[in-house]
Ligand binder design. Structure first.
Ligand code: ZN
Length: 233
């Protein structure tokens, strides 16, 4: 069972994403750039990615971890941690335990500040993390079981629904499994070249893939293995 939520079990949203500055709460951006969650201490990664930054004793974020999503380049920030369970450059997936919730940095109590930044990784360049998690962007109680990712992929035709989707030799997330452009089948090369003259080592948005075999979220197409999480049927 996997979700896009960093906590498992019952949890609460204590401050929603986008809340505007008030007398009691102010942010430099003028609004809350992440979402505040309270629940079980154990924190999980929320994407297939790599740890790109670990911060300690930051005056605002306290102890924090930044994980870059391997497929779309966005950065997931996990802040105010009591302890950090990953190392720099470590590969993680949604089942990876990465940290414990804490109250480090600028906080009034123990919680997880979870924020998703776009590829610039700059403060205030972010997306709505509630939407990513699949929950309402609203103070309230939730349970992770209610937001399981749909895993029942079926063999058939899929369309790539992200800018660049890497093709791998085996159904894994490791970088060295990536196929180079020259290693793609001729048909895939033609599709890629037509849609993106710069020829990246992956399939670009809109390419149609015939999936003949499925292992978890991975689908086997004529070129190799791709993550069906970034495709639409
Ligand atoms: Zn927050």
């Amino acid at each position: 069972m996997q979700t896009n939520i960093p906590l498992v079990g019952n949890f609460k949203v204590t401050c929603e994403y986008g809340r505007k500055n008030s007398k009691n709460l102010t942010w430099i951006a003028g609004y809350h750039t992440g979402i505040d969650l309270v629940g079980d201490d154990q924190i999980y990664a929320t994407c297939n990615g790599k740890v790109t930054r670990i911060g300690r004793n930051d005056k605002d974020y306290g102890n924090f971890i930044v994980i870059q999503d391997t497929e779309n380049g966005k950065y997931h920030w996990f802040c105010h941690l009591s302890s950090i369970g990953v190392t720099l450059n470590q590969k993680v997936s949604r089942v990876s335990k990465i940290a414990l919730m804490g109250a480090t940095g600028n906080v009034t109590g123990k919680h997880l500040h979870y924020e998703i930044r776009n590829a610039s990784n700059k403060y205030a360049d972010n997306i709505n993390p509630a939407e990513y998690m699949g929950i309402e962007n609203k103070v309230g109680s939730y349970h992770s079981d209610d937001y399981q990712l749909e895993k029942k992929y079926e063999i058939g035709r899929y369309k790539v629904n992200t800018d660049i989707l890497t093709v791998r030799r085996t159904p894994e997330i490791l970088d060295h499994n990536w196929l180079k452009y020259s290693e793609l089948t001729q048909n895939a090369q033609e599709q890629v070249a037509k849609l993106n003259p710069s020829k990246p080592n992956g399939l670009v948005r809109g390419v149609i893939c015939d999936i003949s075999e499925i292992k978890g979220v991975w689908g086997k197409c004529p070129s190799g293995w791709i993550s069906l999480e970034y495709c639409i049927k």
